[in-house]
Design a protein around this ligand. Structure first.
Ligand code: EPU
Length: 345
């Protein structure tokens, strides 16, 4: 195995916001045997950034430390239990490609997560979720490489700290773990998940009795709903939802609902409610509104888009403006959803 070396790399095409970033030190990994070498290399740098599809990232002009592109390939069935078929997918595979593969094999369970950009390895980091399903519900294990300790680790899903758009890999673990593969359990007794209002309203599902709905139907509906609302990063740079939906105390949600009876609100655990950040941003007048080269999307105010030529500074300026208006208008503090890569902003 030749010694791994880092090289400079232009990252503009490797982040879906299309920010003009550069890495002074970049290395791509496409085989597990390279990982000890990557750990040796990483020791020479103050930080590491593991790059998947670059679809949940804000990059500065110059990214500090070592940037490691995780490109490990492979998807296979690895066994079954009484209730589920087990599939292992390597980190570098496209997430949507994996969902498509499962549906084509007749394996249901991931179809609500169709068309989410990014790689398999990035999916557990922010616990991707959409249309009533989070990936944590299907994960059995996350296989990772501990870059600091230079050893492989297998995390049972229960120890991954999964929460709404969060995990141990996103928090303190950023730059420490390189996820190599995930093992998913796809239920043999599949039942469609279609409670989400956008799916209920979808023509292709509306008139079908639940017993006749197949994973392919949900897959098609999710793709259609996403295509109608969310900008395709290949056409208009974006990183999906730019803010998390805020969770507030029921008392605050009650008070807001008195003022705005039409405000969407979902009760979650422990006397708390989740609000729709997109609605709050929309109500502040930011839907479709630009600040310099960036804007909040005209069909989904939660998604920040790069209309061309934006830098990280533009992104953070719009973020601050939106946060300030939502705080002033509703007393709600929004939290950024994508990860900020190490560097100077
Ligand atoms: N809304 C508005 N105006 C807007 C956007 C939304 O009034 O501009 C309202 C909608 O009418 C709806 C509510 O806000 O009543 C929620 O909107 P939507 O159903 O579009 O979903 P969301 O809460 O904005 C979340 C996820 C998405 C995911 C969808 C579907 C987060 C941060 N975002 O968006 O995930 O696809 O639900 O499940 O949780 C992502 O994370 O990148 C992402 C796209």
């Amino acid at each position: 195995m030749p010694v791994l070396a880092a090289a400079p790399q232009d990252l503009r095409a490797l982040n879906t916001l299309g920010l003009p970033a550069r890495a002074a030190a970049f290395v791509a990994v496409d085989a597990l045997a390279q990982l000890p070498g990557v750990s040796r290399l990483a020791r020479q740098y103050a930080s590491a950034l593991v790059l998947g599809g670059g679809s949940n990232l804000v990059l500065p002009d110059e990214v500090d430390g070592l940037v490691i592109a995780a490109r490990l390939p492979g998807v296979r069935r690895v066994g079954e239990t009484d209730d589920a078929v087990l599939v292992e997918a390597a980190a570098g595979e496209s997430w949507h490609g994996l969902v498509q593969w499962c549906v084509a094999q007749g394996l249901g369970g991931l179809e609500n997560l169709a068309l989410i950009p990014g790689t398999v390895g990035a999916a557990p980091v922010q616990n991707i979720g959409a249309y009533g399903l989070e990936v944590a519900e299907r994960l059995v294990q996350v296989h990772a490489w501990d870059l600091a300790a230079a050893q492989a680790v297998v995390w049972p899903a229960g120890e991954c700290g999964f929460a709404y758009r969060d995990s141990r890999f996103k928090q303190a673990g950023q730059g420490r773990w390189l996820i190599t593969s995930v093992v998913l359990a796809l239920p043999k007794a599949w039942a469609p998940r279609m409670e989400y209002p956008d799916l209920q309203r979808h023509a292709g599902l509306q008139d079908k009795p639940a017993a006749q709905v197949r994973p392919q139907d949900i897959f098609d509906a999710v793709c259609a709903v996403r295509r109608a609302k969310l900008p395709d990063p290949a056409v208009l740079g974006n990183a999906g939802s730019f803010f998390k939906n805020p969770v507030v105390a029921d008392a605050q949600a009650d008070a807001l609902q008195q003022r705005f009876p039409e405000m969407p609100r979902y009760r979650v655990a422990d006397g708390q409610s989740k609000l729709a950040a997109g609605w709050l941003i929309d109500r502040c007048g930011w839907k479709g509104r630009a600040l310099g080269p960036v804007a909040m999307h005209e069909r989904q105010a939660l998604v920040m888009v790069n209309r061309g030529g934006a830098s990280a500074a533009d992104v953070l300026r719009l973020e601050a403006a939106v946060r300030a208006d939502v705080l002033a208008g509703f007393g709600v503090s929004l939290e950024r959803e994508p990860i900020l890569a190490p560097g100077r902003y």
